[in-house]
Each structure stands twice: as structure tokens, then as C-alpha cells.
Write a protein that binds this ligand. Structure first.
Ligand code: HEM
Length: 402
């Protein structure tokens, strides 16, 4: 059997194919004995799981994870606080509410000039090169630059925190090795130590930034605990960096692979917003969403017992033939748009307006400046991750080779 397969139009080694956390689904809901979870591949059932309080995001009851991380009391405060954030109810609402208000579409639209300036500066940095990496040279400086502005912590501090965040993110991998978990735990501890003095200074002299807002906001007369602010900052750095980075790279790749759609965009730049939605549907950076059933229930005819783990397989849900016509086709003008790539329900992505704008502006400005952008290497590898649908690197030539 040949080791090569066609993947999204490009010949890649078999080992580079989409790394799926769960096997391809054959039914809307089925129990996967190997991973011990119910896998959801129907759009309708996925919406129910994400919107129904009978399915919880709470990881603190995930005995497997707790057993692997050790006694909860001994975890670095940042880690236990992060686990607490993935709960439902007042703890989650308390942490989420003010942040969500900061990322409304209106407020994000007002950030457009600053976001555009960060993207243009990153593009200036690669202009004139024969080759650059979309991930390391473009997406990282762009997402890092935007986060540093939102928190007003300066580009250097943001780079340090991003370095920790890339290690902490191992907590989100269901099959992380013990070594990766230990490393993530150490990164969480060091990240807290690095951020604490910054938090202290900001509490003394708050500004207009999100960090100041988190430090000074009061909920029912109480300020957030330092652990809660730290958690929120690290979560925002991880969420505001990982998913948007992979999304930008997946988007560039999708357009490199669809020359006709790319031409259409170059002729009609107002369509970039629609392109972003179709890229989100087919090339979503987050692979799956996880919940725990809080009571016995029936889902698409399948009995799901209380305490069972349920995962929404976004690759399948966003291609559900019951929801989309010709689901595999990249069609930014489809008459049945929509996807669950930002989730839905109480955990609906807080940063969705920002994620959309960053990606739209990056693609528009990148292909506007380098209309002849081409892939520099077809030997690409997917990141070994069950959580993210991501490339390791994406080398491109800004101009056709002479
Ligand atoms: C294209 C980019 C992005 C994608 C695809 C994405 C995807 C997601 C998804 C799927 C969830 C829901 C998780 C669940 O239901 O279990 C989520 C939650 C979240 N996202 Fe995003 N995200 C993106 C960008 C961002 C950005 C830029 C930020 C912040 C600046 C952000 C902040 C968050 C936060 C704080 C949550 C947790 C919300 C909660 O639990 O209430 N995201 N994101």
C-alpha cells in the first residue's frame, strides 16, 4: 500500500494526515469503546449537547484527568483555577461575563485600525524575503501583538507569556504524556510568577486595558481573586493565540489549494468575510468539544448514561450531510452557511468576533500584498494534537520563483 495519500489536494505522507482524536463516525451518536466516549457527528445532536445543561463542561469531575494530574489541592493554583473555569454555573459566569462584554462585535470593530497596523507590521517584516513561514513569521507575531495590546503588557512580556502558554496547552490534550503534563504544570507555575508583579503594578495604576478591567471589576461587590485574574489572563492568551494562529494557517492553506476561490476573492475583496466562515467550517482549528452527561438521557436514539463523556467531533458535525449540501465542497457563497467551530451555548467562544476579524484582515492583506503567494514545500506535517487541527509550519514564497 502506498504511504502517500491525497490530503486537501496536496500529497502528504500518510503520517501527516488529519490527526483525528476519534475514528470517523458512522452514526450520529455512537459509543467508541477504545476511547470510552460517545462521539457526536450530527449537527443537530451537537447543538443539543452544547446548549443543554444536561451536558456539563466541568473537568473537575473528570477522574481520569485528576488522577493523572495528582491531588487537586497540590496543583499550582493556576491549574486548579483553570479546571474550575471549565465548569458551568456561577464560577464560570463570574469569570466570563465582563470579558465577554469587551469582545462584542462593536468593540472589536473599533479595534480594526490597531489590528490592521499589527498585521501590516508583521507583513513588513517578511516583505522582501524569498520565503517565510506563515505560522512562525506571520501568525505568531500577529496574535502575540494583538494580545499584548489588549492586555497592554508590551510585546516582550507577551512573548514570554505566549512561550509558557504553548506549554500549558498540553493540559488540553487528552493523550498528553506524563512528561508533557509535568512540563505544563511547571510552565503554569512559572507563568504565575512572571505575571504576579505585572498584576501588582497594574492594580496600583490601572489603565484602559483588559488586565486593568479584570483587576478592578467587582461582581456582587467582590473583586476577582488574584488566581481568577491570572487564570483569565492565561486562558485569554492561550485561546487568543492558539486557535487564531492555526486558523490563519489553515485559511492560507485552503486558499492556496483553491485557486479559483482565491481569484474570486482577489477580484471581490468584500467576500473575505464569507471566505472566513467557510474556512471555519471546513478547516476549524479546534478539533472537538468535550462534555459530561449530568443525567441519563437519550441522544439521537442512543441512551447516554449520567457521568459519560461525550465529544462533539467538529470535522464530522461541520460536514453533516443532513445539514450541508455537498459538504466537502469549499463554497464561500453556500446558501446553507454556519458551523459550530466556535461552539454554542454558555461556552460560546468569547473571542469569536476578534478571531474572525484577525483572520479576515490577515488573509485580505496577505493576498493583497502578495497576490502570487505559493507553497514553498509540500512536505508538510500536521501537529500531533488531538485538540487542534493544525500545521507545524507553512512555508511560502511571496513571489513566484524567478
Ligand atoms: C478563530 C479563532 C477561534 C476559534 C476557532 C475559537 C474556538 C473556540 C471554541 C470552539 C470554544 C468553545 C469551547 C467549548 O465549548 O468547550 C471557545 C471558547 C473560548 N474562546 Fe475561542 N476561539 C477562537 C478565538 C478566540 C480568541 C481570539 C479569544 C480571546 C481573545 C478566545 C477566547 C475564548 C474563551 C475565553 C473561551 C471560553 C469561553 C467559555 O468557556 O465561556 N477565542 N473558543
Amino acid at each position: 500500500m502506498s504511504g502517500d495519500i491525497a490530503f486537501e489536494g496536496i500529497q502528504l505522507n500518510r503520517s501527516n494526515a488529519r490527526i483525528r482524536a476519534f475514528p470517523n463516525a458512522t452514526r450520529p451518536v455512537y459509543f467508541d469503546e477504545e476511547t470510552n466516549v460517545y462521539v457526536i457527528s450530527s449537527h443537530e445532536a451537537a447543538k443539543k449537547v452544547l446548549q443543554d445543561p444536561g451536558f456539563s463542561s466541568d473537568r473537575t469531575g473528570n477522574l481520569n484527568l485528576i488522577a493523572r494530574l495528582g491531588n487537586m489541592d497540590e496543583l499550582p493554583p493556576l491549574v486548579s483555577a483553570m479546571l474550575a473555569l471549565f465548569t458551568d454555573g456561577p464560577t464560570h459566569d463570574r469569570l466570563r461575563c465582563d470579558v465577554a462584554r469587551r469582545f462584542t462585535p462593536k468593540r472589536v470593530a473599533a479595534m480594526q485600525p490597531r489590528i490592521g497596523a499589527v498585521i501590516d507590521a508583521a507583513l513588513d517584516g517578511v516583505d522582501g524575503l524569498d520565503e517565510f513561514d506563515v505560522i512562525a513569521d506571520l501568525a505568531h507575531p500577529i496574535t502575540g501583538g494583538i494580545i499584548s495590546q489588549i492586555l497592554d503588557i508590551g510585546v516582550d512580556s507577551a512573548a514570554v507569556v505566549l512561550g509558557f502558554a504553548r506549554r500549558i496547552v498540553a493540559f488540553m490534550e487528552p493523550w498528553a504524556t506524563d512528561q508533557q503534563l509535568l512540563d505544563a504544570s511547571e510552565a503554569a507555575r512559572n507563568c504565575s510568577l512572571f505575571l504576579l508583579p505585572i498584576l501588582g503594578e497594574r492594580r496600583e495604576s490601572p489603565g484602559e486595558d483588559l488586565l486593568s478591567a479584570l483587576l478592578t471589576m467587582e461582581i456582587d461587590g467582590d473583586r476577582l481573586l488574584v488566581e481568577e485574574v491570572l487564570t483569565m489572563v492565561v486562558l485569554l492568551v492561550i485561546a487568543g493565540h492558539e486557535a487564531p494562529t492555526h486558523f490563519m494557517a489553515n485559511g492560507v492553506m485552503a486558499l492556496l489549494e483553491n485557486p479559483a476561490e482565491r481569484r474570486r476573492l482577489q477580484e471581490n475583496p468584500y467576500l473575505y468575510g464569507a471566505a472566513v466562515e467557510e474556512i471555519l467550517r471546513l478547516h476549524h482549528p479546534v478539533s472537538y468539544l468535550s462534555r459530561t452527561a449530568t443525567r441519563d438521557q437519550v441522544l439521537a436514539g442512543q441512551h447516554v448514561a449520567a457521568g459519560s463523556q461525550v465529544v462533539v467531533d467538529l470535522a464530522a458535525v461541520n460536514r453533516d450531510p443532513a445539514r450541508y449540501q455537498d459538504p466537502e465542497r469549499f463554497d464561500m457563497l453556500r446558501t446553507d452557511p454556519g458551523h459550530l467551530s466556535f461552539g454554542t451555548g454558555v461556552h460560546y467562544c468569547v473571542g469569536r468576533a476578534l478571531g474572525r476579524l484577525e483572520a479576515e484582515e490577515t488573509l485580505r492583506r496577505l493576498f493583497g500584498r502578495f497576490p502570487d503567494l505559493t507553497l514553498a514545500d509540500t512536505d508538510l506535517t500536521r501537529r500531533v494534537s488531538a485538540t487542534f487541527h493544525a500545521l507545524d509550519r507553512l512555508p511560502v514564497h511571496p513571489k513566484p520563483p524567478a
